[in-house]
Write a protein that binds this ligand. Structure first.
Ligand code: GEK
Length: 244
């Protein structure tokens, strides 16, 4: 496969850094951007496939909420063996959905994927055995997050699983600052300049709002999940498994 288009969106000084949006420019560099920005991304995608294989049930649905270009959808599609298990992928960016449609069409695996352009706050999962929120909830306003998790918990079958990956914050300011610095080092090691890191950070302010793992755990329990814990963490990036 050809190398992905390199992310140079913030390489030149910008007179004004506008709010980050999942538009066509981001779509064009997205595979490179996410790989160089999110520590452990490839591992998490791989594990989503593994968990989907384990938890997907016959005659159920698996959802990828905030699917972007369908990396997690494809990981699930390639690993699910359960009969009559439908895949549903949702994103509210038309540009992402359009490109995701092309990515899915170029992949010959079964089953079919229902691709929906919608806000995840409007989607009510049904008969779900697996739901994935891979770095999506962080873009939903904090006050709306509980309702999203409750609707997911309601739509999951007993024993069904939610995989929730998020950029997280830490209560201890020293630790929070250290994790942010280690993450920036990770980005530098992946070729981003200090200017790119600073401009991207400012674009994401007010758009991506990280919360502590404690807040996520409490919300998940309140939403009705019985077993909740972190299975992956690298610096301020974590992924939780929540079982209904
Ligand atoms: C992956 N999961 O590659 N409703 C629907 N989609 C949304 C919403 C919303 N309210 N808010 C944001 N999005 C992917 C990576 S990226 C993470 C997810 C990142 C969508 C948004 O359009 C984007 O495609 C995705 O969530 C977040 O495994 O870029 O840090």
């Amino acid at each position: 496969m050809a190398d992905p288009t390199p992310d140079k969106l913030y390489a030149d000084p910008l007179a004004q850094v506008s709010r980050f949006a999942f538009d066509q420019k981001v779509v064009d560099v997205f595979p490179d951007m996410i790989k160089r920005s999110v520590p452990g991304y490839a591992t998490i995608i791989n594990m989503i496939g593994d968990l989907a294989e384990r938890y997907a049930r016959a005659d159920s649905r698996c959802y990828d909420l905030g699917c972007s270009l369908g990396a997690a959808t494809l990981a699930m599609r390639h690993r699910i063996h359960a009969a009559n298990c439908d895949l549903v992928a949702v994103d509210n960016s038309p540009a992402m959905i359009e490109r995701c449609r092309q990515v899915l069409a170029a992949d010959s695996a079964e089953p079919e994927v229902e691709l929906i352009c919608a806000d995840i706050q409007q989607v009510r999962p049904e008969r779900a055995s697996v739901v994935v929120l891979n770095f999506t909830l962080q873009f939903v306003a904090p006050a709306e997050r509980q309702a999203v998790l409750e609707s997911i918990a309601e739509g999951l079958l007993p024993g069904g699983v939610l995989i929730l990956s998020e950029k997280v914050a830490f209560e201890d300011k020293l630790h929070d600052d250290l994790m942010i610095e280690l993450h920036h080092n990770f980005k530098r090691a992946n070729g981003y300049s200090d200017l790119e890191i600073a401009q991207k950070r400012s674009a994401l302010e007010q758009v991506l709002i990280p919360e502590t793992l404690g807040t996520h755990r409490d919300r998940l329990r309140q939403a009705g999940f019985t077993s909740v814990d972190v299975w992956f963490q690298c610096f301020n990036f974590a992924s939780l498994i929540a079982i209904k």
